[in-house]
Design a protein. Structure first.
Length: 265
């Protein structure tokens, strides 16, 4: 009976979503949907910080990553209403998927399964460390000036960054940039340098990247961020105001820039 009750509650909870799918409504483009998701992520990060589950450095780094995604998001291209995805079909799926999941859980589920023990989590972390060390060895054996070696350094940098090893990630990115300069990768490295407090190094990277892409929104945003972190609030304000002045009215990242402007003294 408890499972039937839970299933019924699930259907009731999803009923408003089904109605939203059935009734005619304005199509939401991909950019608009992405922006709504990113804004929700920013709000959740703020709540986590207020609750004490993120320290200021973690909170700032996470917000910077979400803002990077907003600035890198593609333009609006509505993908809703593709062939075969009628509102009726979507509404049916809203009800059928929970029912199927519940049926599968009743047959195969194990609600009394304990959480992964600490020892197992530790073994998984050690296995990841070994894989990362193997990656370092393999990439180190490649010619850093070759395209394969460059791609290996980018991959290594991404892996190091995902483990929170920012200095090692920055070193890998720098090696890749030495082989061939790329504005997008320079932006990634600039973000790392800003996170590490190396604002002057970040500013130099951004200035070089802007030389070939002077209107790139992400690079202009990072330029202002580096100035703000260096204590040059007026420079940051000028850069961000100029970015907003040049931005289309529908640019999904306008709110991010406006929010940063409000943080300036």
């Amino acid at each position: 009976m408890i499972w039937l009750l839970l299933g019924g509650l699930t259907v009731l909870a999803l009923a408003p979503l089904a109605w939203g799918l059935i009734r005619p409504s304005r199509l939401r483009g991909r950019a608009e949907a992405d922006l709504a998701l990113y804004q929700a992520q920013l709000a959740e990060l703020d709540r986590e910080a207020e609750a004490g589950r993120l320290d200021p450095a973690q909170h700032q780094a996470a917000r910077l990553e979400v803002q990077r995604r907003i600035l890198s998001a593609p333009g609006d291209a509505s993908d809703i209403g593709a062939p075969g995805r009628t509102p009726a079909v979507l509404a049916a799926l809203v009800f059928l998927l929970p029912a199927a999941a519940l049926g599968l859980y009743l047959v195969r589920g194990t609600p009394d399964m304990p959480a992964v023990p600490f020892a197992e989590r530790q073994r998984m972390a050690e296995a990841e460390d070994r894989m990362l060390e193997l990656l370092r060895t393999r990439v180190g054996a490649l010619d850093p000036g070759s395209e394969m070696g460059r791609q290996g350094q980018v991959l290594l940098g991404n892996a190091e960054r995902s483990r929170g090893r920012l200095a090692e990630a920055a070193a890998a990115y720098r090696t890749a940039l030495a082989a061939r300069f790329d504005g997008e990768l320079a932006g990634d490295l600039a973000e790392l340098e800003i996170e590490r407090g190396e604002t002057e190094a970040a500013a130099a990277l951004i200035a070089r990247a802007l030389g070939s892409s002077p209107q790139e929104p992400r690079l202009r945003f990072l330029s202002g961020l580096a100035e703000a972190r260096a204590g040059r609030a007026e420079n940051a304000r000028r850069i961000w105001q100029s970015l907003l002045a040049d931005a289309p009215a529908e640019a999904p990242w306008r709110s991010v820039v406006q929010g940063q402007l409000q943080t300036l003294p």
